[in-house]
Design a protein around this ligand. Structure first.
Ligand code: NDP
Ligand code: A1CAB
Length: 267
């Protein structure tokens, strides 16, 4: 049976653990976080074990580093390379390239992954980049973990920042749009509850249409948009406000921030 460990049990690790159990994964899950309450709650809900950091490393074959990028340098400094012999490290931290881990922990097998929090509902899409020391069976193990949580693709390490801009951070963009649509619905006279229900269900329905019909986003949009009709009025308003450019700038800002972070961790 797979033995999976997590160092850091915050938002993303919580989504992954929840998703794994929902997918029926029988993996042994070992959890460590500096704030003990987080692994304790996850362990109670999802049949996992609260451990010390040393126990996570000793008792797991695959160890997921799910802490903030700023906390990675101190963790790697504390991890002995000998303790990691034969182990696979999976890092989900944004803005730190594989080269950094391989330099700080020479000889260690590292896969860098950019999933998203929709892992909790088995709809993460996860991009994986393979480090130099990763064996075939370790690559398969990493793929198995994340394919239980949604779709996976292998990419180059240099592509992870673009992935982060589209899908790692992406759920937040759609949540923001849902917030704005609900706010607008209220201003148009609906109650907060009505407007939120309508915005959220519309987003869920549109996502399911994209996922289940196999039709392109533009094709589905056109099917809603009658010539000179109501949708057309809204879409024209988006276009006049420069939505395409706004989205482009936002994704560029996201990628740029990841690049800046990579600079910070280049030493
Ligand atoms: N959230 C997301 O949607 C996504 C996040 N990521 C990446 O995942 C990583 C985790 O993000 P997220 O879950 O949001 O962060 P959180 O802050 O929610 O979780 C991180 C947890 O790790 C704890 N922690 C910090 N240092 C250590 C340590 N040395 N050992 C054990 N635990 C530690 C933190 O404690 P404390 O709060 O006390 O510091 C916190 O509980 C980040 O690197 C992020 O870039 C990637 C894709 C999506
Ligand atoms: O905001 C962040 O930095 C992390 C990485 C991707 C999603 N959340």
């Amino acid at each position: 049976m797979e033995k999976l460990g997590f160092i850091g049990c915050g938002n993303l690790a919580g989504s992954i653990v929840k998703g794994l159990r929902q997918s029926g994964s029988p993996a042994v899950i070992n959890l460590f976080d500096l704030f003990e309450e987080k692994p304790r709650q996850l362990a109670e809900q999802y049949q996992a074990k609260v451990c010390t950091q040393a126990e996570v490393i000793r008792d797991s074959d695959v160890i997921v580093l799910a802490i903030k990028p700023k906390d990675i340098p101190a963790l790697l400094a504390a991890l002995g390379k000998d303790d990691l012999a034969g182990k696979l490290l999976i890092t989900v931290a944004a803005g730190i390239g594989l080269e950094y881990y391989e330099r700080k922990l020479p000889g260690t097998a590292v896969v860098r992954v950019m999933p998203n929090t929709s892992a909790a509902v088995l709809h993460s899409v996860s991009a994986l980049a393979r480090g130099k020391k990763v064996s075939e069976s370790q690559a398969k193990s990493a793929e198995k973990v994340f394919s239980a949580l949604g779709k996976v693709l292998w990419v180059k390490d240099e592509e992870i920042n673009a992935v982060t801009a589209v899908s790692g951070s992406g759920p937040a963009y759609f949540y923001l749009l849902a917030e704005y649509m609900a706010q607008a619905g209220e201003k148009l006279g609906l109650s907060k509850e009505q407007a939120t229900l309508l915005a959220v269900e519309t987003l869920v329905g549109a996502g399911k249409m994209l996922a289940q019909t196999g039709r392109e986003p533009a094709e589905l949009r056109k099917a809603v948009t009658s010539p000179n009709g109501t949708t057309s009025a809204a879409i024209c308003s988006f276009e006049q406000a420069g939505l395409e450019g706004i989205v482009w700038q936002a994704l560029q800002a996201c990628q740029k921030r990841a690049e800046e972070m990579e600079e910070e961790y280049s030493e």
